[in-house]
Design a protein around this ligand. Structure first.
Ligand code: URP
Ligand code: ZN
Ligand code: ZN
Length: 448
């Protein structure tokens, strides 16, 4: 007989409503969601009275163990996915990395190998950092195999990752024909180069990182990308939207899908003036309070997805005194993706349904996982997290699972889940990660 679990009397959260119900899990799936389910024989019962039952979150943007400026981001798939589960994230979507001379399919196989000990279910977006005819020809074939999201960069020329707008348009045409989605890191390289010219490249001041990547770069790239979306009909998804100006351009255009990250909602460039300012060097950089406010106000409406861009480094990887141009770019966040926003929403009496939308339902739909993931409903994968609203705390740093030794959110109140299930398997028990076995590689359907 299949394992059966009954969550009694929880407040089940979806984008549409919060409703008191029982949730019956049989094997890997949710069998029933309604009031008054009687516990059958051999059913393990969890009392969820006064607790929130959320769909397992989907972090649509992580970078586990990626090479950056001679080092690697601190979390490999194993520690990063333990951290994810600890915070209620049951699915992560990471990226391939295209080597020189390599084509897309081998880059995908290599990344799948690296992800084989990932404890979350996981999918991969395919980075297209060269746009030769041979590379473009692989895209329709990959969409047949369940890879439907392709990522390009309008910056990182020196790292060999940038495509010009003309090449991005060629990729968009092919992705559109194949029924896929184009993800874009949107900062215009020309604007960045101009800003950089007036700054001392040897200065160790991390604030110069923000000055070298002004909001105009995001705004210009967003404008160009909306034109490409218009001309090609390709669904274009802007990753890590960071600024009010960029947001304004995107809302004016009205044809782009938008993601933001907790760092752009809750941290400001004032952090670059602090002793550990170099640790929050990431691209795009942190902005001003008004930017954070605008992004928070648009979360769940014009901004569909909250994801992390999880890419933490050890303090030793960002030593003091290093020129700002050499600091590896990236911040962690997968472990606190749900706990920090959820604590803030509860403390400010905001509508938690927004979080179910931007952390589960919307990413599931946009990335073609909507038939199995993102909802606490009959027939869906039993990816669930139970939170006790009376357990918000600020002393969680020592309990983290991430391999990183520093955390940008360490001083913030957070609500970590008491229990998490990943496809019906208990992943977190009493706040501790107990998941042992690897997750599934997810084949996406076309975006819905
Ligand atoms: O600084 C960042 N965001 N590093 C990760 C790579 C990227 O641009 O998303
Ligand atoms: Zn990026
Ligand atoms: Zn990223």
């Amino acid at each position: 007989m299949e394992r059966a679990i009954l969550l009694k009397n929880g407040d089940v959260v979806s984008a549409a409503k919060v409703s008191r119900a029982d949730v019956l899990i049989e094997g890997e799936r949710i069998a029933e969601v309604r009031k008054g389910i009687a516990p059958g024989k051999n059913v393990q019962v969890f009392d969820c009275s006064g607790k929130l039952v959320f769909p397992g979150a989907i972090d649509a943007h992580t970078h586990m163990g990626i090479p950056v400026k001679g080092t690697r981001s601190a979390d490999r798939f194993h520690s990063g996915s333990r951290a994810a589960l600890h915070g209620g994230v049951t699915t992560i979507l990471d990226f391939t990395h295209l080597l020189p001379e390599e084509s897309l399919s081998p880059s995908l196989q290599r990344r799948r190998e690296e992800a084989r000990d990932c404890l979350c279910d996981y999918g991969l977006h395919v980075n297209v950092t060269r746009a030769t005819n041979d590379i473009l020809q692989e895209i329709p074939e990959l969409t047949q195999q369940g890879i439907t999201s392709f990522k390009v960069f309008t910056t990182y020329r020196e790292a060999g990752m940038m495509l010009g707008y003309r090449d991005i348009e060629r990729v968009a045409e092919v992705v559109a024909d194949a029924g896929g989605l184009l993800m874009v890191h949107a900062e215009d390289e020309e604007v960045l180069q101009t800003a950089k010219r007036s700054l001392d490249p040897n200065s160790p001041d991390p604030l110069l990182h923000a000055r070298s990547r002004p909001v105009e770069a995001e705004a210009k790239a967003v404008r160009r990308l909306s034109q490409i979306a218009e001309r090609t009909g390709c669904p274009v998804y802007i990753v890590h939207m960071s600024s009010r100006r960029g947001l304004h351009e995107a809302v004016q255009a009205g044809n782009l899908l938008l993601e933001t990250c907790p760092q752009y909602l809750y941290l400001t460039e004032a952090a670059y003036r602090e002793e550990m300012g170099r640790m929050v060097v990431a691209s795009p950089p942190l902005r001003e309070r008004a930017d954070c406010r605008a992004l928070r106000e648009n979360l769940g409406t014009t901004i569909s997805v909250l994801a992390t861009d999880h890419c933490p480094f050890l303090t030793a990887d960002k030593p003091p005194g290093q020129p700002y141009t050499d600091i590896p770019n990236g911040i962690g966040g997968v472990e606190t993706l749900v706990p920090v926003p959820l604590a803030r929403y509860l403390q400010r009496d905001l509508d938690v349904r927004v979080l179910a939308a931007v952390l589960a339902e919307n990413p599931a739909r946009i990335f073609g996982l909507h038939r199995h993931k993102g909802r606490v409903e009959e027939g869906y994968d039993a990816d669930l997290a139970v939170y006790d609203p009376s357990s918000i705390r600020s002393d969680w740093f020592e309990d983290r699972e991430s391999a990183a030794d520093w955390d940008a959110y360490a001083s913030m109140p957070a609500l970590f889940p008491e229990y998490v299930w990943r496809r019906g398997e208990l992943a977190v028990h009493d706040g501790h990660v107990v998941m042992g076995g690897p997750g599934h590689f997810l084949r996406a359907e076309k975006p819905s």
